[in-house]
Ligand binder design. Sequence first.
Ligand code: GLN
Length: 197
Amino acid sequence: APVIGVLGLQGDVREHRAALESSGATSTVVRRPEELAQVDALVIPGGESTTIDMLTRVVGLRDPLRSRIAGGMPVYGSCAGMILLADRVLDGHPDQQTLAGLDVTVRRNAFGRQVDSHEGDLEVRGVGGGPVRAVFIRAPWVEEWGDGVEVLAAVEAKGESRPVVVRQGALLATSFHPEVTGDHRLHRLFVGMVTAA
Ligand code: GLN
């Protein structure tokens, strides 16, 4: 089984690990560079992207993460994790940096203050078995994306179709939190990407 780390600096680490384990992977927590070196792939949970960005620098993971991602390590980023994978961020904190890799521009807190949290059912390309329950919590959306990016799901918001599940090579990102619903199909999709990589 592939060994998939969950970046354990903030967020739903336990839930992501359980979803990965039930999808056929071995999971472990990554909080230090030595731990990153032992995994085949990584999940970056939701939380606050500014905080996770700051913490990766504090623990010395920022440069190792950037080079593993640039080297083709499969990564799945949820919510704040999507922001950390993005090459460009709108409405970010002035000092905010990302790990980069995904050729997208994301907008932080894109759905606005009035709808801090919402849920919906989404068809996701490549995920069979009916719609996925998507739980959005101060979620980003993808506002621009390059030719290499596949949009697997989008929602209508502010008059346009906004991608909320994207994939580029070995990188997968969702605006929402699949780890809170008990539906492990997105984790299974990611484990399949890791196995195929
Ligand atoms: N709004 C958060 C950020 O900008 C993301 C929220 C989440 O991960 N649930 O990082």
